[in-house]
Structure formats: C-alpha cells, structure tokens
Design a protein around this ligand. Structure first.
Ligand code: UT7
Length: 329
C-alpha cells in the first residue's frame, strides 16, 4: 500500500537507518559443481549469471547468519540491540520448526525486551517482512524494527538435480528501520501479492508429520521465469504509479537475485543503466529472502547507494508471491 499521510502517520513513518550482510565462509564455484554433476560453468553462467555461491559448513546456520547480519546493520546504524523493539525474520529455512529464528536472534543479540517472529513468503520474504515492519512502526506498535532475510537453501536442495541445485546459495541480510522519517524519506510504499493457484510451480515438500519422502526444492523453472517477467513488470508499474513517479526517477534497483536475465529485463523496462542496478547473483547465486538485503548492504557499504537515493526493490518467489518496496534512503 501507499500512504495518504496525516501528520500523525508522517511522524511514525519508517526510515531505513542501517544495513548489514553475512555470508558463509565456504565458496563453491560452478566448476566445482560441474566436477560432480552433469552441468558446466558455461551453462550456469549463460542461463543465470551465477559464477559461485556461498554454502554453510560447520556450525553455521540460519540463526548465526541472521545474528551476524543483524549485528552489522546495528553497527552501521550506530545503534545497539537495546535500541531494537522488534525483529522480523523472512526465511523458509529456519534451524528449528520453533522457536522462530527471530527469537533466537533476539537472545543472541542479548535483547531483554521486545518481540520477534518469522515470515514465510519464500523469495519475496524480505519485501513482505519490510512491509510488516513498516506497518508496525506506522501503527505505533514498535519504534524500531530489525528486518532480516536469511536462508540456508543448501538444506532444501537435491544435490543430484542439476536443474535446481546450481541455482541457490546461503546467506543473510538485515536492515534496521526506525520511526520518524522526514518528508518523502524512508519507506514510501510496499505492494504485496500472491497467487496460491501457482503454488506447484515452486515448492518444497516435507512439513513435520507428513510427506515422508525426501525434502527437496522442485521448480518448473521456465514457467516461474515467465511469471516473474510479467508480474515483476506489473509490480514495478504499480509502485511507480502509486508514487506518481516515472522509471527515470528511480536511482537504484535492488532486485531479488534469481537470474541475471530477469534482472536485466527489469532494468531495461525502467531504462536504468546497468551501473544503477545492484547485482550479486554472480557471486551469491539465489539466496531467496536474503538476496535483497544482502545486495543492499553491499551497495551501501561500498558507497554506491547514498542517503537520499531512491531505491526500488522487487521480488518474486514460491507461492507464487511477489511484491515491491520503494525506499528513499
Ligand atoms: O527465486 C525464485 C524465483 N525463481 C526464478 O525466478 C527462476 C526462474 N527460472 C529461471 O531462472 C530459469 O528458468 C532457469 C535458470 C531455472 C532455467 O533456465 P532455462 O533457460 O529456462 O532452461 P530450461 O529449464 O528450459 O532448460 C534448458 C535445458 C534443458 O535441456 P533440454 O530439455 O533442452 O535438452 C535442461 O535439461 O537445459 C538443461 N539443464 C541443464 N543443463 C546443464 C537444466 N539445468 C541444467 C544444468 N546444466 N544445471
């Protein structure tokens, strides 16, 4: 939704004050996958843009990655865990069914107050969580919210299925939102969509107590690609129209990192030059709910995205779910 703001709502609008990312230590290249699977670096690079991915090893997991990304976001914002009132974690790969990753991170950060919960919206999870956090702040329920996207998709993959296992990676990204955005600053709009009729295009069986078969991600890649192109284009139009903007007003696109061909298509639609699009899919592969905050963290930390820049985020994933967020940094 977008906001027809009263002065009360303006006072509570959310601004983004810190970002941080965390990646597992282990890097696996396409060539390493090709050594044990019927695939090639050439196929993976030309079809997806991916060159390598980070995968968890040892005691790394969703909570440790989320905690590390959250710590960096707090540091980047000049805040401590004592300043945080709520944590929302977008993930499809928690370490446990419950408690949520969010409350584990709450404890890991040493927080003694507030609340936390997880959001399940697959690769669109970060946009969904950002929207929930914005609503909590606007409604006055929390003055500052950590929003984290974390995934350990390596747990969901069939490592013998070349059509899926080469596509994903593990990682986490976090942002800190705080109430009190100035005029035209902070989260300007979020738009969320889902169509459950398309649930079988991208899914993972294996809930507790059912589906005794192997837990593995299944995707009809070509169909998902087709829906991504159509739905993301519509989502971008919706975000622009709601805010009375043109494509040329967008300074940065920070898209979900599933496939370089989809990202390039969206950039072309906005007539954005490639150096205004943040791309990490080459090094991170598809980290699902973590991909947008990881990419944002990289571009803020290396100085590309600056305060005052207008940033468009968009994502599509299993559900199908999709959506956008427009943020003035
Ligand atoms: O993040 C959630 C949202 N996800 C997405 O947005 C992903 C959307 N989909 C995609 O990015 C692409 O559809 C893929 C990258 C998954 C696949 O690319 P594609 O160009 O759509 O390829 P395809 O699935 O149509 O497969 C083409 C060929 C097939 O062989 P035949 O049937 O033409 O002989 C596959 O068997 O490529 C073959 N293939 C592979 N070959 C080498 C599939 N995977 C591989 C592989 N290595 N890893």
């Amino acid at each position: 939704m977008a906001y027809d703001e009263t002065s009360q709502q303006k006072r509570l609008a959310a601004r983004l004050i810190g970002v941080g990312g965390a990646l597992p230590k282990q890097v696996v290249t396409n060539d390493e996958l090709a050594a044990r699977l019927d695939t090639s670096d050439e196929w993976i690079r030309t079809r997806t843009g991916i060159r390598q991915r980070h995968l968890v090893s040892g005691d790394e997991g969703a909570v440790s990655l989320a905690r590390d990304a959250a710590k960096r976001a707090l540091e980047n914002a000049g805040k401590t865990a004592a300043d945080v009132e709520a944590i929302i974690v977008a993930t499809s790969t928690p370490d446990q069914v419950f408690p949520s990753v969010a409350v584990r991170v709450q404890a890991a950060l040493g927080m003694e107050r507030g609340f936390g919960f997880d959001v399940s919206a697959a690769c669109s999870g970060f946009v969904y969580a950002l929207s929930m956090a914005d609503s909590l702040i606007r409604s006055g329920q929390a003055a500052s919210v950590l929003v984290i996207g974390v995934e350990v998709f390596s747990r969901l993959l069939d490592w013998e299925d070349r059509s899926t296992c080469v596509l994903f990676g593990d990682g986490a990204g976090a942002v800190l939102l705080e109430k009190g955005a100035g005029e035209g600053e902070g989260i300007l709009s979020t738009h969320l969509h889902s169509d459950g009729r398309l649930g079988d295009l991208l899914y993972v069986d294996g809930a507790v107590g059912c589906c005794s078969g192997k837990v593995a991600l299944k995707m009809q890649g070509r169909e998902v690609f087709r829906h991504a192109v159509v739905n993301l284009a519509a989502a971008v139009d919706e975000a622009l129209e709601t805010n009375g903007l043109k494509g040329s007003d967008i300074q940065w696109m920070v898209p979900h990192q599933a496939n370089l061909r989809i990202i390039d298509g969206m950039a072309k639609k906005l007539a954005l030059p490639s150096d205004r699009v943040v791309v990490t899919v080459d090094r991170h592969a598809n980290t699902s709910a973590a991909s947008i905050p990881l990419a944002l963290a990289e571009a803020v930390e290396d100085g590309r995205i600056k305060k005052g820049d207008l940033v468009l985020m968009e994502a599509l994933g299993g559900g199908l779910t999709w959506g956008s967020a427009l943020v003035r940094m």
